[in-house]
Design a protein around this ligand. Structure first.
Ligand code: IPM
Ligand code: MN
Length: 361
């Protein structure tokens, strides 16, 4: 029986709690011998102690393991002299060094009245944001110009390779889905600002070139300002959305808000050879250590990890376990017995975890 090595980086703030909750659920779903969770340090707290945000030992483990499970990283008080946060370099170094070019962010409304939008039911909102994760405005991380305290610039970088592979990823993803909730049409929406900047017009033109290979998937366009309206007014229209790095970062939080918040927003950061799975939320230091954080985003990221591993290794036991975890989350939210606080309930992190494990049994 194969065993999968999971490099586990709990990180900062609520990271340890939501990571531990996810390991508990994954072990409940699969038994303890199929997944080997190996803990490695990293993040802002580790940097304060050692001067290293991503130790070489942690990077090497991420590079050689089957997948990476991460809690959260970053503490607002731990910054570089230029003002940027240290802890975020854990994500950014892993994304750039492991080439995790597709940041996949499912936005899905579960049964249980969690949307702040009126008259939305489970299934009305079900799309995936595919955020390019290795270039765009983030290419300037640590490379921007700061001049005499007078001038600051960061450059947005788009490459043909980067745009074409993320567009292909998005089209392929749409092919595997059942289309948008409103009309069942397989639709790939290009989110950009092509009307104003050449770089985004380039982004759109490369997506159009890739679209030639996907006549079965409808291509759609939305300027990033307009899509913030559409995601609120007509989220049911969307199936898959592709966006440059910074735009994807921004609209994925808006999308999460429409289905209940960051506590229910999973993510999978995928390259051709590596996958990092974490909730799309941050480290929430203000609620750390109180057992009140929602583990759902990380637990759903864990089931995403099982699906990804199952596909890569043709291991149906992992896919089955992922499906069982997702059904256990749905049942937990539907029966209302353990609703986390960010979704309007009173359940603690451990109570949510216990109920999901009970559902799994
Ligand atoms: C996210 C976060 C990260 C980002 C930070 C933590 C580096 O906001 O994953 O959405 O900016 O991409
Ligand atoms: Mn973000």
């Amino acid at each position: 029986m194969a065993t999968y090595d999971i490099a586990t980086i709990e990180g900062d703030g609520i990271g340890p709690e939501v990571c531990a909750a996810t390991v508990t659920v994954l072990k409940e779903a699969l038994g303890s011998n199929l997944l080997s969770f190996n803990q490695f340090p990293g993040g802002a707290s580790h940097y304060v102690k050692t001067g290293q945000v991503l130790p070489q030992e942690t990077f090497d483990a991420c590079n050689t393991s089957h997948a990476i499970l991460h809690g959260a990283a970053g503490l607002p008080s731990v910054t570089y002299p230029d003002g940027t946060e240290v802890g975020n370099d854990l994500h950014l170094q892993l994304r750039f060094k492991l080439d995790l070019y597709a940041n996949v962010r499912p936005i899905r409304l579960y049964q249980g009245d969690f949307s702040p939008l009126k008259n939305r039911q489970s299934g009305d909102i079900d799309y995936i944001i595919v955020r390019e994760n290795t270039e765009g405005l983030y290419a300037s991380r640590g490379a921007g110009v700061l001049l005499r305290g007078e001038v600051a610039t960061d450059t947005l970088v788009l490459t043909r390779k980067g745009v074409s592979r993320i567009a292909k990823f998005a089209f392929e993803l749409s092919r595997k889905r059942n289309g948008a909730p409103s009309d069942g049409v397989r639709r790939m929406t290009v989110c950009d600002k092509a009307n104003i900047l050449r770089s985004y017009a380039f982004f759109r033109s490369v997506c159009d070139e890739v679209a030639q290979d996907y006549p079965d998937v409808a291509i759609d366009y939305a300027y990033v300002d307009a899509i913030t309206v559409h995601l609120v007014k007509r989220p049911e229209f969307y199936d898959v959305i592709v966006a440059e790095n910074m735009f994807g970062d921004i609209i994925s939080d808006l999308g999460a808000a429409t289905v209940g918040g960051m506590g229910i927003a999973p993510s999978g950061e995928l390259g051709d050879n590596h996958g990092l799975f974490q909730g799309a939320h941050g480290s929430a230091p203000d609620i750390a250590g109180q057992n009140i954080a929602s583990p759902l985003a990380t637990i759903l990221s864990g089931s995403f990890m099982l699906r990804w591993l199952g596909d890569r290794h043709n291991d149906v036991s992992l896919i089955t376990a992922a499906e069982r975890i997702e059904r256990a989350v749905e049942a937990t939210l539907a029966n209302g017995k353990a609703i986390p606080r960010d979704l309007g309930g009173l359940a603690s992190c451990s109570e949510v975890t216990t109920e999901i494990c009970r559902q799994l049994k």
